[in-house]
Design a protein around this ligand. Structure first.
Ligand code: B12
Length: 591
C-alpha cells in the first residue's frame, strides 16, 4: 500500500476519517424499482438511509483519541435533493481515510458504488468497509478493486483506531485484529482477536453530533434518517450478541458465535446504559428506545437498570423491547421506575407451530401474551407495538391471513394504545442466519448466495424479484400477494377498531392499490423483455409506491412535540464549541 501511506503523510486533509452512509441502491433517483414495503417497519425509507449506530460509537472513540471524524449520510442527502451531486461533493472532501458501512445487506449495491466513486476521485485514500454484511462477505468484498480494508466484527472501535494510526505512520497492518486486507502478495485475513467482554468503553455521544453539525456547517449530513429532526427518536444499545436462535436473524446466538466470534452476549453495565440515556435526555425530549431485551441478562441486571432509571427520573418516554414474553411483575417494576414508558414485542406469528419453528420453544401461548398485554394496559404503559412477520418457516398464506385476523382480535380486546404491525421479511433473509446457512433444513430456497448476486438482485424491477428467498410454503409471488392482502385487511381492521382515521385508512388503501397496479405493469414489462419502466416520468418516484403500504409510516412515531430539543443545552454546546475554537485559534497565534 505505498500509495496509500504516501497520501496519508503528504496531504493536509480536513478529517482523519470520513464515514459515509450509502443508499441501498445507487443512484436510486435514476431507477424505477418497486422495492416493496420492506422498510415500513423502520423509520427509514426504502433507500435505507439510516446509518449504523456504530458510526457514532466509532466517531466518539476516535474523537476521544484526538482524531477528527465526519459522518456524511449520503443516502439522506440524495433523498432530500435530486440535485445533490455525489461525485461533486466527494471530490471536494479531503479525508485521510474513508469508512463506508456495508452493515445491512440491502446496501450491497450503494455501498460498493460509493466506494468505487471515492476510489476514482481519491485513488490514494484508503477505503475501509465494515459492518455485519462486510464481516460475512469479507473475502469477497476485499476482492473489489475499490476496497482496501475490511474490519470485521460487531465491535471495531479500537482496531479502527489502530488501523488509522498505522496508516498515518506507514506501519504494517498485519497485527491489527479483525482486519482483512490485501497487498501485492494477495489477501490477508488477520485473526478475529478483538471481541470485547465489556461494552462500557464506548458511548453514543449526542454532543458530538451537535459538534459535527457546527464544525462542518452541515445539519443534513449528520441526521440519522429522513424526518428525524421533527421526530427525534433516540436509541441506546444495551447488548451485543444474543441468547435467542431466531431462524431468520443474522445476529442470533449461533450467527454471532460464528461470525462475530462471540460465544455469549455481552451486556452494557446498568450505570453505562443510564449515563448514556442521561446524555440523550439532556439534549432531547424524544423517546429513548432501549435496544435489546433487558431481561436477557437476567432479572438482577434488569432490576439494576430499572433502579438506575428510577433514580435518574427521566422525563422522556422510555421504550422497552422484549424478545420473550416478560413476566407481568416486570412490567410493574417498570411502572415503579419510570415516568413514561412503552413496549414492543414481536410474537412474529399468532400460530404456535410457526412461532416455534421461528424462535424455538417460546413457552407462551396467545392467552399468556394477552394477559401480559392487559397488565401493561392496566398500568401507565402509553403504547404497545406488536409485530408480526411474513416469510417465516412453516408459514402458509392462510396462516398469514390468520395472523391478521388475530391482530383484529387484539385491536378489539384493547384500547388505542395497542398497535399491530405485519410486514414481509425483506428484501433479504439475513446472511449468517440459520435459514440462510441451512436453507433446506429450515424450508428456504435462496436466489442469491454471494455478495455480487445480492448486489445484482437489488436492481431488479420489482421486489418479487429482489427477495433473496422463498419458502417451502410460499413462493416469492405468494409472499408478495400475501403481503398486499394482509396489508389491505389490517388496514380495514385498524379503521374499524378506531386505530387510524378513515382518511388515513383510505390513503393506505390507495397506496396498496397503486403498488399492485405498478407491480402488474412492471411484470408485464419483464415479460416483454424490458427490465424496469420505460416511463421516464416515474424515475426515482418509485419509493412512493413502496412506503406506508403495510402501515402508514406515521404510526411508527410517537406524538410530536412543539420543541423536540432542549434549547439551553444546545446553546451550551454551541458555546463550548465556539469557546474551544477560539482557544485553539489563540494557541496557534502563540509564538
Ligand atoms: C438496533 C437495530 C436496528 C435499528 C437501527 C439502529 C442503527 N441505526 O444502527 C433499526 C430498528 C432501525 C434497524 C433497522 C434495520 N435493520 Co437492524 N438491527 C438492529 C440490531 C438489533 C442491533 C444493532 C446495534 O445496536 N448495534 C450496536 C451498534 C453500536 O453497533 P453497530 O451499529 O453494529 O456498529 C458496529 C459494527 O457493526 C461495525 N460497523 C458498522 N458499520 C461500520 C462501518 C465501518 C466503516 C466500520 C469500520 C465498522 C462498522 O463497527 C461498529 C462499531 O463497533 C441488530 C441485531 C444485532 N444484535 O446486532 C439488527 C440488524 C443489524 N438489523 C438488520 C436488518 C436486516 C435491518 C433492516 C434492513 C430491516 C428492514 N428491512 O427494515 C433495517 C435497515 C435500516 C436502515 N439502514 O435504514 C439485520 C442485518 C442483517 C444483514 N446482514 O443485513 C440485523 C443483524 C438483525 C435483524 N434482522 O434485525 N435495525
Amino acid at each position: 500500500m505505498p500509495g496509500i501511506s504516501r497520501a496519508f503523510r503528504a496531504s493536509s486533509p480536513e478529517v482523519d476519517l470520513l464515514l459515509l452512509h450509502a443508499p441501498s441502491v445507487y443512484d436510486f433517483r435514476k431507477h424505477a424499482i418497486l422495492y416493496g414495503p420492506v422498510s415500513d417497519m423502520v423509520p427509514s425509507s426504502t433507500v435505507f438511509e439510516m446509518y449504523p449506530l456504530g458510526f457514532l460509537t466509532m466517531a466518539s472513540y476516535l474523537h476521544d483519541r484526538g482524531m477528527q471524524v465526519r459522518i456524511v449520510n449520503l443516502a439522506l442527502r440524495m433523498m432530500n435533493s435530486r440535485r445533490f451531486d455525489v461525485p461533486r461533493f466527494l471530490a471536494r472532501q479531503k479525508p485521510k481515510a474513508v469508512g463506508i458501512d456495508l452493515h445491512w445487506l440491502p446496501h450491497a449495491h450503494g455501498a460498493l458504488e460509493i466506494a468505487r466513486i471515492v476510489k476514482e476521485l481519491h485513488p490514494d485514500v484508503p477505503i475501509i468497509m465494515g459492518g455485519l454484511s462486510s464481516s460475512y462477505f469479507h473475502r469477497e468484498l476485499i476482492g473489489y478493486p475499490q476496497v482496501d480494508f475490511v474490519l470485521r466484527g460487531e465491535s471495531t472501535e479500537p482496531p479502527l483506531h489502530q488501523l488509522l494510526l498505522a496508516l498515518r505512520e506507514g506501519k504494517p497492518v498485519d497485527r491489527i485484529p479483525n482486519l482483512t486486507w490485501k497487498d501485492a502478495r494477495g489477501i490477508h485475513v488477520n485473526p478475529h482477536g478483538f471481541v470485547p467482554m465489556s461494552l462500557d468503553y464506548v458511548d453514543l455521544r449526542p454532543d458530538l453530533m451537535v459538534e459535527m453539525v457546527l464544525r462542518y456547517r452541515d445539519l443534513q449530513s449528520a441526521l440519522p434518517f429522513n424526518g428525524w429532526w421533527s421526530n427525534p427518536i433516540t436509541t441506546v444499545f444495551t447488548v451485543k450478541g444474543c441468547a435467542f436462535e431466531c431462524v431468520t436473524c443474522g445476529a442470533s446466538h449461533t450467527s454471532c458465535t460464528h461470525l462475530m466470534k462471540r460465544q455469549k452476549p455481552v451486556y452494557r453495565s446498568p450505570a453505562s446504559v443510564v449515563a448514556n440515556m442521561r446524555a440523550l435526555s439532556r439534549l432531547m425530549h424524544g423517546p429513548i428506545v432501549l435496544i435489546g431485551d433487558l431481561l436477557m441478562a437476567g432479572p438482577e441486571h434488569a432490576a439494576e437498570v430499572l433502579e438506575g432509571l428510577r433514580t435518574a427520573d427521566f422525563p422522556n418516554e422510555i421504550v422497552f423491547e422484549f424478545f420473550a414474553l416478560p413476566p407481568a411483575s416486570f412490567l410493574r417494576d417498570i411502572e415503579r421506575s419510570v415516568r413514561h414508558w412503552s413496549m414492543a414485542f414481536s410474537p412474529e406469528s399468532h400460530d404456535q407451530a410457526v412461532r416455534d419453528a421461528q424462535v424455538g420453544e417460546t413457552g407462551y401461548t396467545n392467552e399468556d401474551m394477552e394477559a401480559v398485554i392487559h397488565e401493561a394496559l392496566r398500568l401507565r404503559c402509553s403504547r404497545i407495538d406488536i409485530y408480526f412477520m411474513i416469510g417465516l418457516p412453516a408459514q402458509t398464506k392462510a396462516l398469514v391471513q390468520g395472523a391478521v385476523e388475530y391482530c383484529g382480535r387484539l385491536l378489539q380486546l384493547t384500547d388505542k394504545r395497542l398497535s399491530c404491525f405485519i410486514s414481509p421479511m425483506g428484501p433479504f433473509i439475513d446472511p449468517g442466519s440459520h435459514g440462510f446457512e441451512e436453507p433446506d433444513r429450515f424450508g428456504y430456497r435462496l436466489f442469491a448466495h454471494t455478495l455480487e448476486e445480492h448486489r445484482q438482485l437489488l436492481v431488479q424491477p420489482t421486489w418479487e424479484h429482489i427477495l433473496n428467498y422463498e419458502t417451502k410454503w410460499m413462493t416469492r409471488r405468494e409472499l408478495v400477494d400475501a403481503t398486499y392482502d394482509a396489508a389491505e385487511r389490517l388496514n380495514e381492521l385498524k379503521v374499524r377498531h378506531g386505530r387510524i382515521t378513515k382518511r388515513r385508512g383510505r390513503g393506505v388503501a390507495r397506496g396498496i392499490a397503486a403498488a399492485r397496479a405498478l407491480r402488474a405493469r412492471l411484470d408485464a414489462g419483464m415479460v416483454q423483455g424490458r427490465s424496469g419502466l420505460a416511463d421516464d416520468a416515474l424515475m426515482g418516484e418509485i419509493t412512493r409506491f413502496s412506503m406506508s403500504t403495510v402501515c402508514d409510516k406515521r404510526e411508527l412515531l410517537w406524538p410530536r412535540r412543539v420543541f423536540n430539543f432542549r434549547i439551553t443545552e444546545i446553546l451550551r454546546l454551541i458555546g463550548r464549541y465556539i469557546g474551544g475554537k477560539s482557544r485553539a485559534a489563540r494557541a496557534v497565534q502563540l509564538p
